[in-house]
Design a protein around this ligand. Sequence first.
Ligand SMILES: NC(=O)C1=CN([C@@H]2O[C@H](COP(=O)(O)OP(=O)(O)OC[C@H]3O[C@@H](n4cnc5c(N)ncnc54)[C@H](OP(=O)(O)O)[C@@H]3O)[C@@H](O)[C@H]2O)C=CC1
Ligand SMILES: O=C(O)C1=N[C@H](C(=O)O)C[C@H](O)C1
Length: 272
Amino acid sequence: MTRTVITGISGRMGSTLVRLAKAASDLPVVGATVRPGSPLSGQDAGLVARLGAPLDVIAHDDLGRALDGAKADVVVDFTGPEATLQHARICAERGVALVVGTTGFTPEGRAQLEAHAKRIPIVAAPNMSVGVNLVIRMAAELARVLGPSFDVEVLEAHHRMKKDAPSGTALKLAEVLMDALGRTKDDLTFAREGQTGARPPGEIGVQALRGGDVVGEHTVYFFGEGERIELTHRATNRDQFAQGALRAARWVAGRAPGLYDMADVLGLQGKT
Ligand SMILES: NC(=O)C1=CN([C@@H]2O[C@H](COP(=O)(O)OP(=O)(O)OC[C@H]3O[C@@H](n4cnc5c(N)ncnc54)[C@H](OP(=O)(O)O)[C@@H]3O)[C@@H](O)[C@H]2O)C=CC1
Ligand SMILES: O=C(O)C1=N[C@H](C(=O)O)C[C@H](O)C1
């Protein structure tokens, strides 16, 4: 049994996590949170997460209160960068493992997460889908084999409510492509307009589309002379993100402190 606390349970991911944790036999939801000052604070978590039935767990507007007496093994957090960093601090103080799905951290925020991971085990990944994590591995492999003669571009599309751009997944793809091709952040181009001139060799383009209810789509293009490879992942609902996060929750509880990735959870580290 992995006693689980879920934050931000009125959100798209938070509510999905509550539904799928409830359906799992080994992940009792022992605490839940909503935004500080939310009128949903004090209500039953099952109702807040729109399950249509009570869960007999109160949603608090403060993670500390949700953890009091909960004997939690792990907190699963898909909220926003500021809230996640507060939650990471509380988890570090209480010695509770953490799974972070939140994206959009600044470099300073990421450094704070790394500091908290010296005290507790944290799995942080911009995409918890098993399929996406395999696409990330394949993108690196394709880049290595195709080499510098192919032009590489990353394109992502998300729903109109998404707050950060480019997506955390697109940035992760750009990172593994940079590593595979021996490029640096200076080679990244996030938008093009005007007299850009010919595409510089070695550039990696990263572009973002926003609209409607798109759950999440990522394509890595490898443009060559006379041929083109497109590696695409399309998410059609959020369940696979949440199932990946719950898999990470089972995996991380009881681990040594450290900052882990989904590649660690899936046993993919160093496989390519
Ligand atoms: N790693 C992955 O696989 C995935 C990552 N994500 C990422 O997860 C994050 C959330 O996405 P999504 O669910 O779509 O966003 P939502 O806006 O639907 O959900 C975020 C929730 O967090 C709540 N919240 C904000 N601050 C706090 C706080 N201090 N304490 C508790 N709850 C808080 C919000 O409350 P309120 O509604 O009142 O503002 C909201 O309900 C994003 O960063 C997104 O990029 C998304 C999908 C997959
Ligand atoms: O905000 C979202 O919705 C998603 N965010 C993640 C990201 O930024 O990569 C993952 C997923 O594509 C959905």
